[in-house]
Design a binder for this molecule. Sequence first.
Ligand SMILES: *[C@@H]1O[C@H](CO)[C@@H](O)[C@H](O)[C@H]1NC(C)=O
Ligand SMILES: *[C@@H]1O[C@H](CO)[C@@H](O)[C@H](O)[C@H]1NC(C)=O
Length: 368
Amino acid sequence: MTTGRSRCVALFMLIAVAARAASAAVTYSLVSDGLLPNGAFEQGPDESQVNGTRVMSPNAIPNWEISGFVEYIGSSHTQDDMMILPVPEGDRAVRLGNDAAIRQELCVTRQAYYSITFTAARSCAQAEALNVSVTPDSGVLPIQTAKHSTVWLSIHNPGHEENPACGPLVDFVSIKALRHPPHHIPGNMLRNGDFEEGPYIFPGVPWGVLVPPMSEDLYSPLPGWMVMSGTKVVKYVDAAHHTVPRGARAVELVAGREAALLQEARTVPGRPYRLSFSVGDGANGCEEALGVEAYAAQATARVSYESRGTGGHRRVELDFDAAEGLTRVVFHSSNYHMKPDGTLCGPVVDDVSLVPVHRHAARRRLRM
Ligand SMILES: *[C@@H]1O[C@H](CO)[C@@H](O)[C@H](O)[C@H]1NC(C)=O
Ligand SMILES: *[C@@H]1O[C@H](CO)[C@@H](O)[C@H](O)[C@H]1NC(C)=O
């Protein structure tokens, strides 16, 4: 589940998922961008509600409802097997063991799109997974006229390990309303080409946000974009902790050829178009010979970028003739790369634009 190879210290990561809200009843105040109420688990259970670290009562953690084997982990907690649980100093988190779940009821704006971000760290199980869901699902409810509605956000560990406590640590559960679908801006046929719209990045978390595979752009936490992969992710990074080619956000391709970032645009078959984008490094110590492959229709661009791990980028253009009424623009990293600390890294892609090329301009270029 994490990308670290270190045996002792698992790595925290931020994960983002998106969901659209629909439902009934207005009981809570509308959720705002940022940490959910008690989203960092700073308020814990009373001593009478725990046995060791295990939380014994469903409502023991303020604002949350729990089920299954849930532990409340304080800052100095360590395990017998020398695994150091990576809870930052003074911080608290929950650990979701066998079939454990935490959930919180949220008041959201109907038909709005939200992304959920949280940190997760592997503790002891080899293959840890989390199932994040928002219920009720928009598809099963009759249309309501209320402006706001309540939904349950649930994070569930479906695993069954021999040690029932084994499972990921969860912390910093945050939400962000997405402007979705983002509008086209003049001069770019792609939506959200600069990646400025995306999931919440918790200010105190410097690692960026992992965006899991999304084959449906309607619900992507990166509006407009899809992440195509079996299980791998791309990383959403911010200018506060990384160098990004333009604006405040960009995407780091951290999974080699195993995760592609793509978007579809309406095109006219036979017409010429130009795809432009920036390739760089996030100044996060990824000191490698990086490469990005970009595809559009029959055209391919293989872009190499020598990274010193200190930031920088180059601009690339790819001209192509559309073959279909819908053209897929695809990016992936040419290789896997790893930083000295064992975390995966890769090229940063930003500022992607797609424009039609005017025929007379193209012809004039040919004559020259
Ligand atoms: C607390 O957990 C221990 C170990 O699993 C168990 O033996 C004990 O009965 C539990 N105590 C209570 C009050 O449930
Ligand atoms: C994940 O959660 C959803 C909604 O609660 C449920 O329908 C689905 O079966 C769960 N998947 C797993 C693998 O537990």
